[in-house]
Design a protein around this ligand. Structure first.
Ligand code: SF4
Length: 367
């Protein structure tokens, strides 16, 4: 059951969201136990492979170039250092790596070739690879799929109505198109939202309605609490109550019984008890590591302690879908062949005497 038909209208979802909290958590826990192992929690790592300097204007994001925040822009990381970080994350218990680049959209250039190589390398480490790179066309989605991409993340953030209060540089429809392109390429979809941006409860439920309207709702739904960063338009937004996060997680769990609900940004403001209620109410993944792209997150040791106290076990990779097969990338092969040819030509040109070069005449000297 991908969508819970009992709650497929705005009214019924609102009723669910507003239930007495413990009843809502109980209902969510019941659904969760039917479709998932309630003791398993996936540890995922989120790595910013290209930071800052983004031309978009997402009101919550410190990576937008137009806002004056502490985030320093960095160019794309090298394939080697990403693979190094992936190995570290795996050694610390992560079974999924999400790589984020602060781009408006993917461009067909050398940087994208590098991302394709990163995907190949991380998939070879037996980790689920997820990317969040901005807008994506069908061909680019196919290349990522071919490289071994497990999931593509593209959040709708909020309801269609509230979205334009937060972002003006691209439309809700553009986001839906990107999700559709990933879907067409056979990539699993990760898409969720942020609460605490000043939206109404109707907008939180409206986000879930947008997913219900899809032919296939996302396999993975991250729920984030806004981390208000100084310098962004949402810097003064009051932090949400922990109960709101629990309600949103539990409502999402009930509405999409098969999807993985991810308790994402905002955990540093939550007590372990509140997080426990989220896990009971259907969250089965957290992001591990002390940074979520550019904002703080609990460190590995604090999470390990939480696992012990709550009796949780880390979820292995590929429990929710087969490991993708990595195929060679024709474009990278062609580019590397061209580069090798060019290097050879240059070397030959260097070795060959040029016009006007003086070649000394051989003389034999006799006494
Ligand atoms: S959320 Fe993504 S697209 Fe929006 S400003 Fe930040 S990096 Fe750019």
């Amino acid at each position: 059951m991908k969508v819970n038909t009992k709650y497929n209208t705005k009214e019924s979802l609102l009723e669910l969201y507003n239930k007495p909290l413990l009843e809502l958590v109980f209902e969510a826990a019941t659904v969760h136990r039917e479709f998932h192992n309630p003791r398993e929690l996936q540890m995922s790592s989120l790595l910013s492979i290209k930071t800052g300097g983004c031309p978009e204007d997402c009101g919550y994001c410190p990576q937008a170039a137009r806002y004056h925040t502490d985030v320093e822009a960095h160019k794309l990381m090298s394939v080697e250092s990403v693979l190094e970080q992936a190995k570290n994350a795996k050694a610390n218990g992560s079974s999924r790596l999400c790589m984020g680049a602060a781009w408006r959209e993917v461009r067909d250039n050398k940087d994208f070739d590098s991302v394709v190589e990163m995907v190949q390398g991380v998939n070879d480490l037996d980790m689920e690879v997820c990317c969040t790179l901005g807008m994506l066309n069908e061909d680019q989605a196919k290349r990522l799929k071919n490289a071994g991409l497990f999931a593509y993340n593209h959040n709708l953030d909020s309801s269609k109505e509230f979205y334009k209060d937060v972002i003006s540089t691209r439309e809700y429809e553009n986001r839906l198109d990107t999700i559709e392109n990933a879907r067409k390429a056979g990539i699993s979809v990760c898409s969720g939202g942020i609460i605490g941006m000043g939206e109404a409860i109707e907008d939180r439920v409206g986000l879930l309605i947008s997913y219900m309207e899809m032919e296939n709702p996302p396999e993975s739904i991250p729920i984030n609490a806004l981390v208000a960063v100084e310098g962004t338009p949402l810097e003064d937004q009051k932090p949400i109550e922990q109960w709101e996060m629990i309600r949103m997680v539990a409502t999402t769990r009930v509405a999409f019984p098969e999807s993985v609900v991810r308790l994402s940004a905002g955990r540093t403001k939550m007590s372990m008890e509140a997080q426990a209620l989220c896990f009971m109410g259907g969250a089965s993944s957290i992001f591990a590591g002390d940074k979520l792209l550019t904002t703080p997150n609990p460190d590995f040791n604090a999470d390990k302690e939480m696992f012990d106290i709550l009796g949780l076990i880390p979820k292995e990779s590929f429990q929710d879908g087969e490991k993708p097969v990595t195929h060679p990338d024709e474009k990278i092969i062609a580019r590397k062949k061209k580069e090798a040819q060019r290097a050879e030509e240059l070397a030959m040109a260097k070795a060959k005497p040029k016009n006007g070069d003086f070649e000394p005449r051989k003389v034999s000297v006799t006494n």
